[in-house]
Design a protein around this ligand. Structure first.
Ligand SMILES: Nc1nc2c(ncn2[C@@H]2O[C@H](COP(=O)(O)OP(=O)(O)OP(=O)(O)O)[C@@H](O)[C@H]2O)c(=O)[nH]1
Ligand SMILES: [Mg+2]
Length: 297
């Protein structure tokens, strides 16, 4: 891993890792200590239900005599965290059509540019589609990124039906033999039925136009919002079939516990973490690496 990625990601864990380190260093493991662990997990955005289930598992192991000192506590916590992150199916990176959904400001457009850049760096021919026609500025924002990174873009006019821009994007994808298609959508939530209809319409267009492609819908969640992002994520989950989650702005949070709450409560796999506004500040999520860094094992 590049060292700058490593140091950016460290910010996510640093606070929780040092607090856990203090616990692992204690000689006696008792209920008092597990209570402290519970507080650390809760303050790291792990969520009430998820934290409770982790602590219950640890209490059982403690009662059975399997947790006697710091190292065995660390190993048991590692096991619990890994089983949570293994609940959703593992992400598959063998896809070529991506629809990005998520609420306003959650980082869709920035992620679209990052994903495009990443595929382009791998030698792929990438087409971006600006299907957020709600604001003229939204298309401009994506167009600026596209210009900066030299990626092709299909854009509509303000107030044009987003599905018709997607239609044109799909046509161009086939005609000009692109490898990767990345569709940026609007994040506004007038009403649930509005969102549902709009996303369903876009999805119908893609399914019809590109029946042989591997299409994935990715939901961006602002990592800084913590538990507040859950209600929105649940709404999107009800409106469309979300295949994976992109946790954005992880550079702005020292609360690395959110990944466990997401995997546990939403059972959707996390695909990417983003940690900055530069085009290369994204990383595929690796559950083993994440836990190892978090626990500093
Ligand atoms: N620090 C930080 N800021 C980010 C990251 N990703 C996005 N942002 C910033 O978050 C703000 C919103 O990002 P956008 O990509 O425009 O979000 P969006 O989901 O497209 O928003 P709408 O188009 O309004 O729905 C911008 O100011 C971005 O620069 C990140 O990983 N870290
Ligand atoms: Mg946007």
């Amino acid at each position: 891993m590049f060292s700058f990625i490593k140091s950016s990601l460290k910010k996510i864990y640093s606070s929780i890792t040092s607090q856990l380190g203090t616990l692992f260093g204690r000689e006696k493991i008792d209920h008092e200590l597990l209570k402290e662990l519970e507080v650390i997990l809760l303050s790291a955005d792990t969520g009430v239900a998820t934290t409770r289930s982790i602590i219950e598992q640890l209490k059982k192991k403690h009662a059975a005599g399997d947790i006697t000192e710091g190292n065995s506590l660390k190993a048991a916590l590692h096991e619990s965290l890994l089983s949570i992150l293994s609940k959703p199916a593992a992400p598959s990176f063998e896809n070529n059509v991506f629809v990005l959904v998520g609420i306003n400001g959650s980082g869709k457009t920035t992620f679209a540019s990052k994903l495009a850049h990443q595929y382009q760096s791998l030698g792929k021919k990438v087409l971006l589609v600006a299907a957020d026609t709600f604001r003229a500025a939204a298309t401009q924002q994506l167009a600026q990124w596209a210009e900066k990174t030299g990626v092709a873009i299909e854009q509509g006019t303000e107030s044009q039906d987003p599905a018709s821009v997607v239609f044109k994007g799909c046509e161009r994808f086939i005609k000009e033999s692109y490898d990767i298609l990345i569709i940026d959508t609007a994040g506004r939530l007038h009403t649930k039925s509005h969102l549902l209809n709009e996303l369903a319409k876009i999805k119908r267009v893609i399914d019809k136009q590109l029946p042989n492609e591997n299409i994935q819908t990715l939901l961006t969640i602002d990592g800084m919002l913590g538990q507040n992002s859950f209600e929105q994520a649940k709404l999107f989950k009800e409106c469309t079939n979300v295949n994976g989650i992109v946790l954005t702005k992880m550079d702005g949070t020292g609360k690395g516990g959110i990944v466990f709450a997401i995997a546990d409560e939403l059972t959707i796999p996390i695909w990417y973490l983003t940690f900055g506004e530069q085009v290369d500040q994204l990383k595929e999520f690796d559950k083993n690496e994440y836990i190892t860094n978090l626990l500093n094992t």
